[in-house]
Design a protein around this ligand. Structure first.
Ligand SMILES: [Zn+2]
Length: 485
């Protein structure tokens, strides 16, 4: 079980290394062997679980990614192979001595061994990954994991650092995805009075705005794209959001230009001093990590996971260098993954004490190139050229005259044999000259992404509808409407 967060978050470098090596040894020798997939995987790669004794040893394990775990048409049951499933034979072989003695003792005294095992291992709660290229993959939580989810939510909200006299509002969409649940548990653990709205699709934007006013909400946890929509509506209706002190963002990348835009709107509804804290999460890691201040990295939980960065060849980078985030669980049950490539690119991991809060846990630097919406589009071929669509977000957020926007990739003249075409639909802010704005967008997209775009004028209302702000769980910011080849 997890250690005390207060203790873990203040260990020195040497103590952290020892803690993680102990966890690696324990997890790989006594827990991971209960996964049918990893028993096969280790055999296939001529590895023994007992070979993995330190975080450095993890490099012996070949990396894996989404395509290794997602169900396929031929193998729809594949995700089940990643769930820890001990049976009597496996327990005899892999359990620690203490666990084994406990089981034997329980058998003698005729206690319910099965019930004990179920509490630790039986899948009770599911989250799904979102994806366009792969089928959604379920990630199972046992009762043990739900306690861990709650503990890690406590940690995240402890890092965010607000006191229990705040009032919270959870505007994450109610769904079998991590966001809603971690905020739900985080607010409970922080001991604040809170309303779990289920998001715009469940409760509706009007009622959410009413609640923010009436409950005098201080902590608003919300998806960035939806926050922008909600705040713009609030400005239009002259709402009073002056009690908001914290915004907790998740699920999407937050650029500094976007933060500024949100702050500008917040000021117009009376919220002048707001800290916007972004978080980073992954379904596969089963939890989320957060900033303690706007400029700091995402504070990791080193007793629950090991996070490393790798280069394009899959080699671990030297400390401080950028690379792809690779995740290894050190203490979860249910569905577990090790040496898992997230597809998210980080600028580096910091290991010195945090300059803001003094915690010594490693921190992933804040500017992660990711957006779960466009993950599969990250490098999309347009007219045969690789284009990194992640760059669209900071570009569009930094153009001051843009109120709302959507990008669509389609075939010219709706002819599948014609050229690819990128269309940016944008609505101008009041007082903005549209032809000038369209020109700005074209120039910026050309200069920073080397692509030509067509710019179309739409009203903000039209874009809200086509983005699915009020009807979809996730807004459709970037759409690829080309026929599948
Ligand atoms: Zn900190």
């Amino acid at each position: 079980m997890y250690d005390s967060w207060e203790k873990v978050s203040h260990l020195n470098r040497e103590e952290l290394r020892e803690l993680q090596n102990n966890k690696v040894r324990w997890f790989f020798s006594h827990k991971l062997p209960y996964s049918p997939f990893y028993r096969e995987y280790f055999k296939k790669h001529n590895l023994k679980f007992s070979d993995i004794r330190t975080t450095d040893d993890l490099q012996k394990i070949p990396l894996m990614s989404k395509t290794d775990i997602a169900p396929t048409a031929e193998d729809p049951g594949r995700p089940r192979q990643f769930i820890l499933q001990p049976d009597e034979k496996l327990i005899k072989k892999y359990a620690t001595k203490t666990e084994l003695l406990k089981v034997i003792k329980m058998k003698v005294t005729k206690e319910n061994v099965q019930a004990m095992l179920e509490k630790e291992y039986k899948p009770l709660h599911l989250h799904f990954t979102t994806g366009r290229t792969a089928l959604p993959t379920p990630f199972a939580y046992s009762a043990y994991d739900l306690a861990m989810l709650r503990q890690s939510a406590y940690r995240a909200f402890n890092v965010a650092g607000f006191s229990s006299d705040n009032v919270g509002l959870n505007a994450f969409p109610y769904s079998p995805h991590l966001g809603f649940w971690i905020v739900y548990y985080g607010l409970l653990e922080a001991g604040v009075t809170a309303l779990a709205t289920g998001g715009g699709k469940v409760m509706g934007t009007q009622k959410i705005m009413d609640s923010i006013e009436r409950l005098k909400v201080n902590v608003l946890a919300i998806i960035p794209g939806y926050s922008y929509h909600l705040l713009r509506e609030a400005v239009k209706q002259h709402r009073d959001f002056s009690n908001i002190k914290y915004i907790i963002f998740g699920a999407e990348r937050v650029s500094s230009a976007f933060r500024e835009k949100v702050k500008e709107l917040l000021k117009q509804v009376g919220a002048n001093e707001v800290q916007i804290l972004a978080s980073y999460a992954s379904t596969e890691a089963k939890t989320a990590w957060i900033q303690c201040a706007e400029y700091t990295g995402y504070h990791l939980y080193p007793d629950l996971e090991f996070v490393e960065l790798v280069d394009a060849q899959g080699q671990r980078v030297t400390e401080g260098q950028p690379g792809e985030i690779v995740y290894t669980t050190l203490d979860w049950r249910g569905t577990v993954v090790v040496r898992y490539r997230t597809g998210d690119m980080a600028q580096g991991i910091e290991y010195d004490a945090c300059p803001n809060c003094g915690r010594t846990v490693p921190r992933i630097l804040p500017d992660i190139q990711r957006n779960s919406d466009v993950k599969e589009f990250n490098l999309t071929k347009i007219k045969g050229e690789q284009v990194n669509l992640n760059n669209v977000f900071p570009i569009m957020s930094s153009i001051a005259g843009v109120d709302e926007w959507q990008l669509v990739i389609r075939k010219k003249n709706n002819d599948q044999f014609d050229l690819d075409e990128i269309v940016v639909s944008a609505s101008p802010k009041a007082g903005t000259n549209f032809p000038q704005l369209a020109d700005d967008i074209k120039k910026r997209m050309h200069a920073e992404m080397q692509v030509g775009v067509v710019v179309e004028q739409k009203t903000t209302e039209e874009l809200i509808t086509s983005l699915g702000m009020e009807t979809e769980l996730k807004e459709k910011r970037i759409l690829d409407n080309r026929p599948k080849s």
